[in-house]
Write a protein that binds this ligand. Structure first.
Ligand SMILES: Cc1cc2nc3c(=O)[nH]c(=O)nc-3n(C[C@H](O)[C@H](O)[C@H](O)COP(=O)(O)OP(=O)(O)OC[C@H]3O[C@@H](n4cnc5c(N)ncnc54)[C@H](O)[C@@H]3O)c2cc1C
Length: 378
């Protein structure tokens, strides 16, 4: 019997898992279908560079079809419901798709509406449109106070707002505006980064660069007229330019299918990556509630485990692959330097001293991503 495998989402995780499954399973063993709402694959890490004029959004998008194995069918449509009891997904336009195995790789949703005043006042670089708007705001900036921060956790790519801060400091210096600009970094935690070992490395760097930081600053609201951002702890910060990573929530389809937790994340087994109580549904990447960073890197390593497990099950074997929490990513520290964060559930990162080597490694990865990651070369 041919197994029907449906993959919801054609981002990093969904594309890679589909291509790996296509490699492991013959056409007679499995029929693999990816459903993606846009049919376009976006390389989100590139958005970090757009506000500084170092990258163009059009370089960060490719047609999903061009990245998929010919053995994978692509359906460009929106899944409106996962009917887990009937084992089928309901599409906005096409006929429902029945599955034996479902992989949910639907990513996360930005939820700016969760912070009153956000939409009128705050900038971010978490999609192409916002990154371009921020680029225009930076071009027009002549000095003052820039407040950078994180509204809420969890959010995609934990290093990104710190990377932005370091790159901003460098950018302002290059434009001769650093002496006229105060930079303040807001963290909702008791340290500047989610992981303590990384905080220990980046906090002195922020201090060296003259960046002030505020801890336990959980953003409650923004007053666009007074240009003030307020915290739940009763503090406020005045800004001329506000760059705030918005709150994130689970994918709407997960929420609307009644499968998510309170914030819409899929309850996922941390090792097998099966959705709790639904062994035929796997989840990976940003859509999950896993205790690792929401990152392309995590989705990448998780996709390998999910593909191995489903392929084993289709071949009638007991799935054995387990995810150990592995993540490998970079953190830009400005001035053409970066460090690297490699960790898993048991071993926190021990970031090396920032150097040009890691910056160039990140640049090389950004350029070669299209050829190596979705296709499963690395
Ligand atoms: C500014 C920025 C910088 C980043 N930098 C890094 C970095 O340096 N390193 C790193 O590892 N990660 C980084 N990330 C995070 C990384 O991009 C994400 O974690 C990664 O894309 C998650 O992959 P995913 O497959 O889970 O979801 P996504 O890549 O978001 O893909 C989800 C897909 O699902 C589709 N979809 C959603 N709902 C439906 C539906 N109902 N029906 C059909 N299709 C649907 C969407 O169209 C989309 O194609 C960064 C993110 C940002 C925003």
């Amino acid at each position: 019997m041919t197994a029907r495998i449906v993959v919801l989402g054609g981002g990093v995780g969904g594309t890679l898992v589909s291509n790996l499954l296509a490699r492991k399973l013959s056409r007679s063993a499995a029929e693999i279908t990816v459903v993606d709402a846009t049919g376009r694959h976006i390389y989100q890490p590139g958005w970090l560079y757009v506000p500084f004029g170092l990258e163009k959004p059009e370089n960060l998008v490719k047609r999903e079809r061009s990245l998929l194995s010919r053995k994978v069918r692509l359906v460009v449509d929106r899944v409106v419901k996962i009917d887990a009891d009937a084992r089928r997904v309901v599409l906005a336009e096409g006929a429902p798709l029945e599955y034996d195995y479902l992989v949910v790789a639907a990513g996360a949703r930005l939820a700016p509406e969760a912070v009153p005043g956000y939409e009128e006042a705050a900038h971010n670089f978490y999609n192409a449109e916002n990154a371009l708007r921020l680029r225009a705001a930076l071009y027009g900036f002549g000095g003052g106070t820039v407040v950078v921060g994180v509204a809420d956790i969890p959010y995609k790519c934990p290093p990104a707002p710190l990377e932005f801060t370091f790159m901003l400091e460098d950018y302002l210096k290059q434009r001769g505006l650093r002496d006229r600009t105060k930079i303040v970094y807001l963290s909702p935690l008791n340290r500047v980064f989610t992981i303590e070992t990384v905080s220990q490395m980046v906090t002195p760097l922020l201090e060296e660069r003259g960046v002030e930081y505020r801890l336990f600053f959980n953003t409650e609201s923004i007053d666009p007229v007074a240009k003030v951002v307020r915290s739940m702890e009763g503090e406020e910060e005045q800004y001329d330019l506000l760059v705030l990573v918005p709150p994130h929530r689970g994918a709407p389809v997960v929420v609307e299918s009644g499968l998510g937790d309170q914030q819409g994340w899929l309850p996922t087994d941390r090792e097998t990556l099966q959705v709790k109580g639904r062994p035929e549904i796997y989840a990976l990447g940003d859509a999950t509630d896993l205790p690792v960073s929401k990152s392309g890197s995590a989705a990448h390593f998780q996709a390998k485990v999910v593909a191995d497990r489903i392929a084993d099950a289709v071949h009638g074997k007991q799935p054995a692959a387990k995810y150990d929490g592995h993540v490998l990513c970079f953190l830009e520290t400005g001035y053409g330097q970066a460090t690297q964060l490699a960790f898993d559930y048991e071993h926190p990162p021990q970031p090396p001293r920032p150097s040009r080597f890691y910056h160039y490694e990140k640049m090389l990865f950004n350029r070669t991503y299209w050829y190596i990651v979705p296709r499963g070369i690395v």
